[in-house]
Design a protein around this ligand. Structure first.
Ligand code: UDP
Length: 143
């Protein structure tokens, strides 16, 4: 199975609830390794650019307002099948539909404020990692 990298955000709702450590624990327990991480306060342009594919959707403005409402943690996770594995750990977009034991089932309040983001495919993972991290910030975990 391929070793992949994926991009992850702990959104402002989950940061505000002091859930950073609990969420990192889920990643690490699942065998995903953090290869880059930082806290960021997004501004409007950065959030709009990140979610540009949703710019015509009715929830776009609310989504951007939510994403700039407080700091986020952004990280790159590495592991076997990391993109799909991370999406499984996150659970469905709508927490009401998320499987028990997933991050969104346990920590999200609504489809709008749903605790975490994760890349959905290899191409988006590459684009999203580059949107937030330079190559120098990606630390190989060879030890
Ligand atoms: N979103 C929302 N209302 C909706 C659908 C989506 O606020 O009706 C937000 C939600 O924060 C979601 C993000 O838009 O995580 C991106 O939506 P997408 O369908 O790409 O879901 P994801 O990949 O995050 O599961």
């Amino acid at each position: 199975m391929a070793i992949e990298r994926t991009f992850s955000i702990i959104k402002p709702d989950a940061v505000a609830k002091n859930l950073i450590g609990s969420i990192y624990q889920r990643f690490e327990t699942a065998g995903l390794k953090v290869v880059a991480a930082k806290m960021v306060q997004l501004d409007q342009a950065k959030a709009e650019g990140f979610y540009a594919e949703h710019s015509e959707r009715p929830f776009f403005k609310a989504l951007v307002d939510f994403m700039i409402s407080g700091p986020v943690m952004v990280q790159v996770l590495e592991g076997e099948n990391a993109i799909l594995r991370h999406r499984e750990i996150m659970g469905a977009t709508n927490p009401a539909e998320a499987l028990a034991g997933t991050l969104r089932a346990d920590y999200a309040d609504s489809i709008d404020e749903n605790a975490v983001h994760g890349s959905d495919a290899a191409a988006s993972a590459a684009r999203e990692i580059e949107y937030f991290f330079s190559n120098e910030e990606l630390c190989p975990r060879t030890r």
